[in-house]
Design a binder for this molecule. Structure first.
Ligand SMILES: Nc1ncnc2c1ncn2[C@@H]1O[C@H](COP(=O)(O)OP(=O)(O)OP(=O)(O)O)[C@@H](O)[C@H]1O
Ligand SMILES: Cc1cn([C@H]2C[C@H](O)[C@@H](COP(=O)(O)O)O2)c(=O)[nH]c1=O
Length: 827
């Protein structure tokens, strides 16, 4: 039976999914129109002159500012990007690979070792997996730096530890209070029953109550009552009171859990909720049960000795007192966290909806919303299967020849698997939609159980149990995260409560029914060739549980599938391989390439050259830009770049760029990608993160949120970052035209911009090509062509009709001669 922290599910922001075209297959006629960037349409001059750019520190090789020049880095945010207001140049760049500048450019540069890179100068790009792992640690550390959350998490962990310890102690107490094998088993069953029963009877009521109380008071009162009840069990020392106390403790916990769930999102930023969720679940299922088992073992030794001096004290009683104490400590901690109180304390009115009506609304919502229905079916079915695994565990363990020790190992293996699934699952399956992940993970767990049923070797069984736990952990996190993100706050308490009740009911039913099934089926053996196969009740039940999990996984998947035309297997395989291009291809789309970089880095030059080359190769390729890729965007561009718009507030500026982007995605990018074109944009979302986020010091998450909203999740397949020290780029840009409003910003502003571009590239090395923009235009164009030709290999992109193609012989006479290596495309 899971302890208090069991559904530590915290509403969380959904990890970014790979953009899927919003339209169906290509119906758009081929386009060959190029919207080229025109540097002459800048707003009229009027800003500060090009002079006065302060001398910049030596940027080091490849333009990387040396550590000594970097200003102090502010508190590290969850996403590893510079916090708002921090100088992006201070972000560690160890994993960034910048294609090197020509030798002449590097003279006098500092050794690579100064940048924290390997002394041999070899830039090892961290693989994506590693980057994801590091970023999870960073995210968790950032979450734990939030003082109130840290305190709540510590108190939750303490309660969870106490609860596991209490479970061990109560089961030991129950069996010690009765005599005989049958009596002891009945007592054990009754303890579990009394622990599970309240949720079935009171769960939905507790859910409806959840939003009507001051959360802090609810939690403190619950913890104090649980302290008193746990402490009373060893004092009263009666079996009947143990059952009553169990029932009351569970009933009280039902009020504590939703209060806690509602409190956490108020303490953290939205993007911090998923790592907080992972942390809570790993603590509850990975760490505290192991610690509780160890402490119980220690107390058993101490209790034996104590028992000789204080006869009424044994390890179970000691554990129960300790458990009681954890709740008292938690009560004190929570009492000192006023931020938990929530909206009641803030004076917000609760709707006048009747209690009964709100209960009915909760049920109706769960029954009529396909996604929630799928989640409820999946979670319930998975817990029925889990109940079967628990109920057959002892018999199965002895059948693989390990007895009690094997049971302990198998029990531990479940938690190892759960811990791995919860902590690693989201990063492994980062690109897969959570709806699909949920169904797939339940099926995976079911297959694990089905195979386990026919395993006769302990180590294979242990391996399969870890696999089963791994998938179950992923499903659990995905399911509860989806409940948190997809269910409106007003209904969330009731939905969670309903799921809680169903989970417990499933466990009860399977724990009650399975032993009968096992007994009824008995033990037989089947001859398979020369081998005699033992077909026992517990193995058959396990196999049935596996089949059931597979069935509910498929059912949940069908309920929750968003109807995308991408076949599941290909979706899973490409998501695991992080193959975003293949994912877009699966969805029948084109290829999206973004150019990013500071002022004067050469983006317009290179977007144009790339488009010309692709067109020569017979592909439909277009260039576009932000801001100003649409007629409406051109007006926005005029406003944002006009030095006369001096009073524009940072937020207005961010929204104007987002508005330009929304129109751009809607009018240009999506249709062109849906038509299978190669779309090359001069700037995209990264520019907003760099300029409005780091430059204007707007919180990165706010910029990311409005950008995601504006783009509906569209991401480039490749971003070419032309990296250049800002003083070089500004000089180039100012040599071309008078400085616009952004170019007129300070050098520090532009250094923050540069640092953020680099940090973004570092976070996803597979999706970026970082080039030293001090290289010649020809060298840059050649490096870009090489990378782009790799990206486009084998893709069924839209091609120019024969009559529109430029014969190779004429091309070089008419257009820019593409020098350097020019790979051949085979579209
Ligand atoms: N690799 C290069 N080396 C030197 N000069 C370059 C290089 N690439 C472009 N330039 C020159 O630098 C200036 C800016 O180039 P371009 O307009 O392509 O940059 P940009 O990144 O689009 O600038 P902005 O962001 O300010 O629009 C132009 O005068 C261009 O000729
Ligand atoms: C997309 C985008 C752009 N900017 C800034 C960056 C530049 O200073 C100008 C655009 O000028 P360019 O000549 O086209 O490079 O706008 C920004 O601040 N935020 C953005 O999202």
């Amino acid at each position: 039976m899971p302890p208090d922290g069991w559904n530590g599910a915290i509403p969380s922001s959904r990890p970014g999914t790979v953009a899927e075209p919003s339209h169906g297959p290509d119906t758009t006629p081929p386009r060959g129109v190029s919207i080229s960037s025109d540097p002459t349409d800048r707003p009229p001059s009027g800003g500060p002159s090009a002079d006065g750019v302060p001398a910049a520190p030596d940027p080091g090789p490849g333009g990387v500012p040396s550590a000594a020049d970097q200003p102090p880095v502010a508190a590290e945010p969850a996403d590893g990007l510079p916090p708002a207001g921090a100088d992006g140049a201070g972000v560690p760049l160890a994993g960034l690979h910048v294609e090197e500048a020509p030798a002449a450019d590097r003279s006098g540069a500092q050794p690579a070792g100064d940048q924290g890179e390997p002394a041999d100068g070899h830039h090892d790009e961290p693989d994506d997996h590693h980057a994801a792992g590091v970023s999870l640690v960073a995210k968790v550390r950032a979450v734990l730096r939030v003082r109130d959350f840290r305190k709540l998490w510590l108190s939750m962990s303490l309660s969870s530890f106490g609860d596991w310890l209490g479970l061990l102690a109560i089961t030991a107490t129950a069996t010690s209070l009765v005599d005989g094998f049958a009596g002891q088993n009945y007592a054990l069953g009754a303890v579990l029953l009394f622990r599970l029963l309240p949720a079935i009877l009171l769960g939905p009521l507790a859910g409806a109550f959840a939003d009507r109380f001051d959360r802090r008071k609810t939690m403190v009162v619950s913890d104090v009552l649980r302290f008193a009840l746990f402490a009373s069990i060893p004092i009263v020392d009666e079996l009947v009171w143990l059952f009553v106390a169990q029932f009351l403790i569970e009933a009280i916990s039902l009020f504590w859990i939703p209060a806690k769930e509602a409190a956490v999102p108020n303490m953290l930023r939205k993007d911090q909720l998923e790592p907080a969720n992972q942390l809570s679940l790993v603590t509850t299922y990975g760490f505290t049960p192991v610690l509780a088992a160890l402490v119980f073992a220690v107390l058993t030794t101490v209790g034996d000795r104590l028992g000789t001096t204080v006869p009424s004290l044994d390890e179970s009683k000691l554990s129960l007192y300790l458990n009681a104490l954890t709740f008292l400590v938690a009560a004190v901690v929570i009492w000192n966290l006023p931020s938990i109180s929530g909206r009641r304390a803030a004076g917000t009115q609760v709707t006048g909806e009747s209690f009964l009506h709100s209960l009915r609304a909760g049920f109706s919502f769960a029954g009529h919303t396909p996604l929630v229905r799928g989640l409820v079916v999946g979670i319930t079915g998975a817990f029925v299967a889990a109940g079967v695994v628990i109920a057959t565990g002892q018999a199965f363990a002895s059948s693989v020849g390990g007895g009690e020790a094997a049971y302990g190992l198998l029990f531990g293996a479940v938690f190892i698997g759960l811990g791995l699934g919860i902590s690693l699952g989201p990063s492994i399956a980062r690109d897969l939609s959570r709806e699909r992940l949920f169904g797939v993970a339940i099926v995976g767990a079911g297959v694990g159980v089905g195979l386990l049923a026919w395993t006769f070797t302990l180590w294979i069984a242990l391996l399969l149990v870890v696999v089963m736990g791994f998938f179950a952990g992923i499903a659990y996190l995905a399911g509860f995260t989806l409940l948190g993100t997809e269910v409106d706050d007003a209904l969330r308490g009731r939905t969670f409560a309903l799921v809680q009740s169903l989970v417990r009911a499933s466990l009860i039913v399977s724990l009650a029914v399975v032993p009968f099934g096992v007994g009824l089926l008995g033990r037989t053996s089947v001859d398979v060739g020369s081998v005699e196969l033992a077909v026992t009740g517990e193995r058959v039940m396990l196999f049935v549980a596996g089949l059931l999990a597979v069935a509910v996984g498929v059912l949940a998947y069908r309920q929750m599938d968003d109807g995308r035309p991408v076949p599941l297997v290909a979706d899973v395989v490409t998501a695991l391989r992080r193959d975003t291009t293949a994912r877009r291809r699966l969805a029948g789309g084109g290829v999206f390439i973004a150019f990013e970089g500071g002022e004067g880095a050469g983006k317009s030059t290179q977007t144009r050259r790339l488009q010309e080359w692709l067109t020569e190769e017979g592909l439909v390729a277009r260039t576009t830009r932000e801001p100003g890729g649409t007629p409406l965007g051109a007006k926005i561009r005029a406003i944002v770049l006009d030095p006369a718009s001096a009073g524009l507030s940072p937020r207005s500026e961010a929204l104007l760029y987002a508005a330009d982007r929304a129109q751009h995605v809607h009018d240009v990018l999506r249709p062109a990608l849906d038509a299978g074109e190669v779309v090359i944009t001069d700037r995209f979302v990264d520019s907003s993160l760099a300029y409005q986020g780091a430059g204007r010091t707007i919180p990165m998450d706010d910029v990311r949120s409005i950008s995601r909203w504006a783009t509906q999740g569209l991401q480039p397949d490749l971003t070419v970052l032309l990296d250049l020290p800002p003083e070089v780029g500004l000089a180039r840009a100012r040599g071309r035209a008078a400085a616009d409003r952004l170019e007129s910003e300070s050098l520090e502003f532009h250094q923050r911009v540069r640092g953020t571009f680099r940090a973004l590239a570092e976070a996803q090395p597979d999706r970026y090509l970082v080039l030293d923009a001090r290289r010649s235009p020809d060298e840059l164009a050649a490096a870009i062509r090489t990378r782009v030709s790799d990206l486009l290999q084998g893709l069924p992109l839209q091609q120019l009709p024969q009559h529109a193609r430029v014969p190779r012989t004429r091309r070089h006479g008419d257009h820019v001669v593409q020098t350097g290596s020019t790979p051949q495309l085979h579209p």
